[in-house]
Structure formats: C-alpha cells, structure tokens
Ligand binder design. Structure first.
Ligand code: SF4
Ligand code: FES
Length: 255
C-alpha cells in the first residue's frame, strides 16, 4: 500500500505544532497501524530526520497508551479497537490519513502524538482502590458475589485508561473513564466499605480536571473496550446517594 500521512509534529509542550506530510510506501495490509508508523520512522531515521514520537507499550490492546486521532476518530475507523490493534487493511491503497494527538486541555501534548494523561491518575489516586490489605487470593466463592455483579464489574474493569472517551467528547469530559473505575469497585462486596467516600472523591477530582458531561454519548462509541454509557448513569446515581450517606456519616462522627 502507498499512503500519504498528515502527522501532527510538535517538538515539546510549549512549542508551536503543525502538520507535516510523509509518504508511507510498501506498507503491508497486514501491518498494524503502529507497525506502519515504525516503518515511517525507520525511513526518517535513515534520512537523519527526527522520528515521529508516539506512545505504545503492550501493542495488544491492554495498556491503553497508544491512542491517537486517526482521520478525526479516536483509535481510528474500527469500533472497539485500540490503535495498536488496528490493521492497515482497514484503509485503502492511496488513502490520505491524518494523525493527531488527543485534543483535550487535560491531556497536554508532550511531543508529536504523545500526550500527558496523568490527569486520569489524579482521579484514580482520589479513591480508585481498596485500602484494606487484601492478603493472598482467597478460596473461590469464599465471598459469594452475584453473577450479574461479577459480569458488570468485569465489563467496567475492561477500561484500559486510554483517554479516547475524553478525546471524543466535545466537552473533554472524563465521565466514562471515572464511571468505569468506580463501577468495577462499587459493584463488588469488597468495594462497599469505601463506596460513598470513594464516589465523592473521584467524581469531584474528575470535575477539577475535566469538562462536564452533557450526554453527547460520543465516549461510548469511541472507546476500544466499548464501555457502556450506563456506567455514567450509575455513577451519577451513586454520587447523589453518596451525598446523603456521607452527610449521615458526618452526623455520626460528630456525636
Ligand atoms: S472508558 Fe473506554 S475510551 Fe475511556 S479510557 Fe476507558 S477504555 Fe479508554
Ligand atoms: S499499545 Fe497497549 S493498548 Fe495499544
């Protein structure tokens, strides 16, 4: 395949950025999108030019680091697929492909296609964990968990923290990410002790860094793990309930 790439190049967080055009030649339709970028970078290296910086780690849809905007779509045209698992056969010979970093104030560009997603870490630090030491793995079924809760918690836990939901949202809201992180803990018995304090802490931290959700729904279609937008409704319901639960707890604390 012969492709023309328009790639966002930016030397650093405070440098002016702009699009550069490159030719990608002899690309195999079986190559992944990142392998195609590797091939372009090899050619840039050979010519003594600065290679295109992009983030990646697992290259198998697990780590969440590889996301870029491809023709205006987070992770490109194939639904439920991370950039590293997108194959060039999804494009046509001769295509023009525009590649940009995530566009969101909370994800500033570090270099070229690499953004700083540590604002997600602030949300998780606020309560996305269970504080009790959990020890070694317990015997199976020692704590009975309803099948529906297990399945739904696993669906939420599929979130890889890639940031596509934020990049797709016109408000740069992180509600789907926060809802997924809350959902997988708040649905399980082990997550109940800190459910209400966790919910308030994570939602309010999210609001410090990201825009507000206005139910566009772009997030749910953009993400590689197809996290359901229902988790946002559950997070909102838990947030309202948490206000009363935490107020009641404060009353008890003051006795
Ligand atoms: S909710 Fe989906 S799009 Fe958002 S960070 Fe998680 S996996 Fe990525
Ligand atoms: S490189 Fe890990 S999800 Fe793509």
């Amino acid at each position: 395949m012969e492709l023309t790439l328009r790639v966002w190049r930016q030397a650093g967080p405070y440098a002016a950025g702009g699009f550069e055009t490159y030719q990608a030649t002899g690309v195999s339709p079986e190559a992944s999108f990142l392998e195609m970028l590797d091939q372009v970078n090899e050619e840039l290296n050979r010519r003594g030019e600065e290679p295109i910086a992009f983030d990646h780690d697992c290259r198998e849809g697990i780590c969440g680091s590889c996301g870029v905007m491809i023709n205006g779509m987070p992770h490109g045209p194939q639904r439920g697929t991370a950039t590293c698992q997108l194959h060039m056969r999804k494009f046509r010979d001769g295509d023009l492909i525009t590649i940009e970093p995530w566009r969101a104030k909370a994800f500033p560009v570090i270099r070229d296609l690499v953004v700083d997603r540590s604002a997600f870490d602030r949300i998780v630090e606020a309560g996305g964990y269970i504080t009790a030491p959990t020890g070694s793995a317990p015997d199976a079924n020692l704590i009975p968990v309803p099948k529906s809760a297990v399945d739904t918690a696993m669906d939420a836990a599929a979130c890889i923290g890639c940031g596509a939901c934020v990049a797709a949202c016109p408000n740069s809201a992180a509600n789907l990410f926060a809802a997924a992180k809350l959902g997988h803990l708040n649905l399980l018995p082990q997550g109940q002790a800190e459910r209400w304090t966790r919910t308030v802490a994570m939602v309010e931290t999210m609001e410090q860094w990201f825009g507000s959700c206005t139910n566009h729904g772009e997030c749910a279609t953009a993400g590689p793990k197809e996290i359901s937008i229902d988790f946002i409704a559950w997070m909102n319901a838990d947030y309202v309930r948490a206000q009363f639960k935490n107020l009641a707890k404060q009353g008890t604390d003051n006795l």
